[in-house]
Design a protein around this ligand. Sequence first.
Ligand code: ZN
Length: 253
Amino acid sequence: MVRRYLEAHCLGKTVAGAVVNQPACINVPPTAYGRCIAGATLEHVWRKGKLVMVDLSNQVSLIVHLALGGEVLLRDTADHDPARTQIVLTFADGTALHFHQLRLGNVHVYPTYHLATTRLGRLGADALDELPSVAGLQALYGASGKPIKVLLLEQTLICGIGNLYGDELLFGAGLHPERRGKTLTGEEFVRLREAIAETLNAALRSRTPEAPPYEPHVYGRTGEPCRACGCTIQRLRLNNRSAHLCPTCQPLG
Ligand SMILES: [Zn+2]
């Protein structure tokens, strides 16, 4: 949705400068940041995993990572509240792109030719646009002794699956988050692949303005009844992350 938003509202605009209120959100000194992008035009917006790239006309690219709760908004003015807005890109036409609530998010600049050597180059195939075949998933996950939930979050294998939708798609596949990759059968990999595609597409549809919000089946529903079987949703810790599941719909054994 961020990619679509930037593409619809910002392509063709020319950068005038940048206001950086939170230097932790950028990867160069604040004074250099604006110089890297001023005078350049936004030419191309694309996405891989959770990263959105904006290629500029001067062979520089922005890598936008909004992280949890981060927002980007085009406004008619550069006026902003510095406590809430970490970065503002101003455009030659007077409008401005505001990045709110970035927290752990960031907007880095790199030479476009250098992108493959950044964290972008370490990402696996995109879960939405480049989802591997069942055999491909088996090759990525099927030899590992790690829990499938942990494997799904490893962005170097497949990128774009976060904690919430990782839990949701495992519910959809009927797989317990602690199942080891190497214990999954061929039939379970078929279910897993279908659940990845269905869950991510449902999530994307829910982010369009007219659609109802996504209603999780298990994520954030600890102690509530499973909507499929009535059993109580459980939460467990897995590699310092949470995992939510229905113990009946997602049996371990
Ligand atoms: Zn259930």
